[in-house]
Design a protein around this ligand. Structure first.
Ligand SMILES: [Zn+2]
Length: 210
């Protein structure tokens, strides 16, 4: 079966599950969306947040990009895709939570730590992943003798923390954090073991979910 045929069949199942049947979900969703949670996840095909979190259409407002990065707040020109989504999610949809979900074996973070893979110029990837440059610096300083694999894993975790820090540089986010109207979360999904770890802002450590 061709991949496209598989996807078309998948669409038919989706249509059956969400548009027809006992309680067609899109009857309600066609009027409005009211997700309470925004997710910033990696574009990696293995870490779809809706699947990992077993969420339904309408549950999550999602931005996906290389290495689940949030740039710092910047004024001025340019095409600020993540910032536009944050503005809409936070100010328009009034989400109560933002989850930055990173993952193990992230190609984007590997490009940051080891350079872009051969055959890719890196014209766009290099400047993009440099958002997490300070994560790499922190990790190299903290684990000077780490093996490449350990370093990559530590960078993936530190990259999530950098994105959480950058989220707080947006005035409309900072304002809601101060008022207690918004909570930030850092999650890390291990593709190999299936484990999810959650960032504890007090201990500054990631703790594995039981
Ligand atoms: Zn990734």
């Amino acid at each position: 079966m061709s991949k496209i045929k598989q996807l078309l069949d998948g669409y038919r199942r989706f249509h059956e599950n969400y548009f027809v049947g006992d309680q067609p979900l899109f009857g309600v969703l066609s009027q409005r969306q009211t997700p309470s949670t925004m997710v910033i996840a990696c574009s990696d095909s293995r870490v779809d947040p809706a699947i990992v979190m077993d969420a339904k259409p309408g549950d999550l407002f999602v931005v996906r990009n290389v290495a689940n990065l949030v740039p710092p707040y910047e004024k001025g020109g340019g095409y600020h895709g993540v910032s536009a989504a944050l503005e809409f999610g936070v100010c328009g949809l009034n989400v109560e939570n933002i989850i930055v979900m990173g993952h193990r074996q992230c190609g984007g973070i590997k490009a940051l730590a080891e350079g872009v893979p051969e055959g890719i110029d890196g014209e766009f990837i290099k400047p993009w992943v440099s958002i997490a440059h300070r994560a790499h610096v922190r990790v190299v300083k903290e684990y000077p003798k780490a093996l490449p694999e350990e370093l990559a894993c530590a960078c993936e975790l530190a990259g999530i923390v950098v994105s959480l820090e950058n989220l707080a540089t947006f005035p409309f986010i900072k304002n809601r954090l101060d008022k207690g109207e918004l909570t930030l979360h850092g999650w890390y999904f291990d593709i190999e073991s299936g484990a999810m770890s959650v960032f504890n802002a007090e201990t500054r450590l990631f703790e594995k979910l039981a």
